[in-house]
Design a protein around this ligand. Structure first.
Ligand SMILES: NC(=O)C1=CN([C@@H]2O[C@H](COP(=O)(O)OP(=O)(O)OC[C@H]3O[C@@H](n4cnc5c(N)ncnc54)[C@H](OP(=O)(O)O)[C@@H]3O)[C@@H](O)[C@H]2O)C=CC1
Ligand SMILES: O=C(CO)COP(=O)(O)O
Length: 329
């Protein structure tokens, strides 16, 4: 195996899981965290007690609070912070890497842009980018359970080199060049997972959940096509794969957040109880902004956004959706 130095920027559950995977397969990984106390704890415990307790770090995984050193020493740089911190992280990079890969799912809250557009603005439109997305709960990847993901890129050489890093043993990596589609899927499935959580929290049944997933997928595809994505992406791992995973399994933080809202817990209390990033809470308004800008109808996302803005109750979300005029599928 050709050992590489890899910097993972962001020491939450997903960055840590991918760092563990890459170190286990033999690479040297620098895991950067922005909180020096958290980095010191990870260094002492040789684990990440805050986000992935009970999973020991392999020998070649080193936590670090030194951002510039991580970039300097890395052959490959992978960003793993939440979408609200993505712009800040790319603006901090002083030495331009050979390309940028990221694990983040979401839309930039300041500019309403896809993260690939932020990277293009900073490093140029032909700069190699790679997005890792798909049904992949951090804990399962860290435990080496079978997982398959999509890797979208604008540069086939860079894409293959990232696949070579990741594709081992129980992690399969499928390639696509549909950066727009993969990012739209990753942002919207979180909003829909909140919706499915709300529905289950209210005590509605399996019929309601299946309807939300199916009609939600139609919304996702409508917006994606309007932005230039390809239809087949929505039936792939980043689309229906991640949508089903996140809407149906209680490992999903977005789904659990929705469950709490459906049980009448306030938005703030629900977010505090989850205690980790709930991307859909922030991304719902970005998705609705893009839908309006591109004249795309997205009633489910709009209702969930209205609830997250404190304008309607969980029950009203369902009433409003059910009372819409009949239409063709
Ligand atoms: N967890 C999962 O299973 C998966 C997650 N993702 C995506 O990966 C991204 C990261 O999620 P995940 O790791 O799970 O989130 P977590 O909530 O587990 O961790 C978020 C991490 O980001 C750090 N952070 C927050 N703000 C900043 C900042 N301004 N600068 C640097 N670091 C910051 C947090 O630090 P602190 O502890 O100090 O708050 C924490 O270490 C999200 O977009 C998510 O949707 C994608 C696939 C799977
Ligand atoms: O994106 C994920 C799995 O693919 C994680 O989803 P949550 O952020 O809802 O936990």
């Amino acid at each position: 195996m050709n050992q590489k130095n890899i910097a993972i920027l962001g020491a939450g559950s997903w960055g840590t899981a991918v760092a563990i995977h890459l170190a286990k397969v033999g690479h040297r990984v620098l895991l950067w965290g922005h909180d020096p106390q958290h980095v010191a704890l990870m260094t002492e415990k040789k684990a990440n007690p805050r986000y992935l307790p009970d999973i020991d770090f392999p020998e070649t995984l080193e936590p670090s609070a030194d951002f510039d050193r991580c970039i300097e020493e890395a052959h490959y740089v992978i960003i793993a912070v939440p979408s609200h911190a993505f712009a800040e992280i790319i603006n901090k990079i002083k030495k331009t890497p050979q390309g940028l890969a990221w694990l983040t799912k979401g839309i930039d809250p300041q500019s309403h842009q896809l993260l690939s557009d932020l990277v293009s603005q900073t490093f140029g439109s032909t700069f190699p980018k790679a997005i890792i997305s798909g049904p992949s709960f951090a804990k399962e990847v860290a435990h080496f359970l079978p997982t398959a993901v999509t890797l979208a890129s604008n540069d086939s050489e860079y894409q293959k080199s990232i696949r070579e890093l990741l594709h081992h043993d129980n992690l399969r990596v499928y390639l696509t060049d549909d950066l727009i589609g993969v990012q739209i899927c990753g942002a919207i499935k979180n909003v829909l997972a909140i919706g499915c959580g709300i529905s289950d929290g209210l005590g509605y049944g399996a019929n309601a959940k299946a309807a939300l997933i199916t009609r939600g997928l139609a919304e996702m595809e409508r917006l994606g096509l309007a932005l230039g994505a390809r239809a087949e992406t929505f039936l792939g791992l980043a689309g229906v794969g991640d949508l089903v995973l996140t809407c149906t399994d209680d490992q999903s933080r977005n789904r659990r957040f929705g469950l709490l809202l459906g049980q009448n817990i306030s938005i703030n209390d629900a977010e505090q109880q989850i205690g980790q990033v709930v991307e859909g809470k922030y991304n719902a308004s970005q998705v609705c902004f893009l839908a309006k800008q591109h004249h795309v109808e997205m009633p489910i996302c709009e209702q969930i956004n209205a609830l997250l803005q404190g304008k309607i109750s969980p029950k009203q979300v369902v009433q409003n959706l059910m009372s819409r005029p009949p239409k063709e599928e």
